[in-house]
Design a protein around this ligand. Structure first.
Ligand code: CTP
Length: 396
């Protein structure tokens, strides 16, 4: 982080506030300056003294501190920062922000600021999934607020699901990206994702079960580290990633054209489940001919986009392929790495019963020239964050 970047850190109430001293330490170690504002609820979980000692700055708690208000303290505070961060951001704080309330120092600062705002939500999974919170989240995103997390996992309340605050290291990465200073700032990265649809005739198509979730999570993780991402996606069911350029395609050939048009890039991550074959498609709808014999479909091999990018004169410095295998994972993936000419293969076991294709989690093995690294079973978001960090290291 460029020394002297100033973060106004608003600390909401919630058990996750216990992680705030660690976040302050990380920001300070990265060279940033931190001024903390504690909400009344936040002060129940972390003391002003701890935050003041770690940040080296006065911690603000009350709106009606008269000496501050003589100089319009809340306006000054919110304008002096380069970025306003809310962590943990409770459901209540999100609602206040979405509604434009200003009844305490934190909400007043958030309404008065003209600086970018990043929130790290943390709450019980039911609260996170409540339609009111979803509405507020959409509202905040539409207002340009950046969001990091929440992560999946076990919460202090004993429930399991999304709602746990992102880890301090991930929040720091999001802060750097929001300031345009992530480790991938200035890098262009191509990500392909989702299935392709190959028409059989004007109304039917061949497809596969890819949801596009892993590719979407990778695009978001790369963008969070500051990369400019070109996301080429087939017709996937997953919502489109935020903060990236999205190019929608349907067939493998369209995906190839869009991928090549994105060159030059620093890295390419080919997470799409591209159909290996297309059908010699009929121009008109195929009708039953009454004979009882099914029509014969002639399959033609599709271009291999990963192979083409790996052998392109404008080859990116790092080309990452995926291998979805149902057996002999490592041997098949290593053979694929050699055959396609890419640098890494992210191999995953999509055998029946793994629940990976279309599911929330992934268990991958990263194959590189140096060897095979089995990663633990992680959420697709965490797998993506880990891969994005590895890509940042490789491009550093
Ligand atoms: N891929 C691609 N273009 C294709 C087919 C695959 O870019 N026409 C990419 C995928 O995006 C993925 C990798 O190649 O990164 C591996 O895809 P996969 O379908 O597992 O490999 P195949 O080459 O189809 O090998 P096999 O069918 O033998 O498993």
């Amino acid at each position: 982080m460029t020394p002297g970047r100033r973060i106004l850190l608003i600390v909401g109430g919630g058990i996750a506030a216990c992680k705030l001293p660690e976040l302050v330490r990380l920001i300070v170690r990265a060279g940033g300056g931190v001024t903390c504002v504690l909400t009344r609820a936040g002060a129940e979980f972390v003391t002003p003294l701890t935050l003041a000692a770690l940040s080296g700055n006065k911690v603000h708690t009350e709106l009606f501190d008269l000496t501050e208000e003589v100089e319009m303290g809340h306006i000054r505070l919110s304008r002096a920062a380069d970025l306003v961060v809310v962590a943990p951001c409770t459901a209540d704080l999100m609602a206040k922000m979405a509604g434009g309330h200003a009844d305490d120092l934190a909400s007043t600062l958030l309404l008065a600021t003209d600086k970018p705002v990043l929130i790290a939500p943390a709450m019980n999974v039911r609260m996170w999934e409540h339609p009111a919170t979803r509405r507020n989240l959409d509202r905040l995103r539409a207002d340009g607020v950046r969001v990091v997390g929440p992560a999946h996992g076990e919460m202090a309340c004993g429930e399991f699901g999304p709602g746990r605050m992102a880890e301090p290291a991930e929040i720091l990465a999001a802060i750097e990206a929001a300031l345009g200073e992530g480790p991938l700032a200035g890098r262009r990265i191509l990500v392909t994702s989702g299935p392709t649809h190959e028409p059989i005739d004007p109304v039917r198509y061949l497809a596969n079960r890819s949801s596009g979730r892993q590719g979407t999570a990778i695009a978001e993780a790369l963008a969070r580290l500051g990369a400019e991402v070109i996301f080429v996606t087939g017709p996937a069911s997953a919502p489109r990633p935020r903060g990236v350029r999205v190019v929608e395609v349907e067939t493998a050939r369209e995906m190839r054209d869009a991928a090549l048009a994105a060159l030059p890039v620093d890295a390419a991550v080919m997470a799409a489940a591209v159909a290996d074959w297309r059908v010699e498609a009929a121009e008109r709808k195929i009708k039953k001919d009454g004979s009882g014999r099914p029509p014969a479909l002639r399959l033609i091999e599709n271009p291999d986009i990963l192979q083409e990018i790996s052998n392109h004169p404008m080859r990116p410095r790092l080309v990452v392929g995926f291998a979805a295998e149902t057996h002999a994972l490592e041997a098949n993936a290593r053979a694929k790495l050699a055959r396609k000419g890419c640098d890494w293969i992210v191999a995953n076991d999509v055998g029946p019963g793994t629940g990976i294709m279309g599911g929330e989690e992934n268990a991958v093995t990263l194959i590189t020239a140096e060897g095979a690294e089995p990663w633990p079973r992680l959420s697709k978001a965490e797998t993506a964050a880990r891969l994005a960090r590895r890509i940042a290291e490789a491009l550093a």
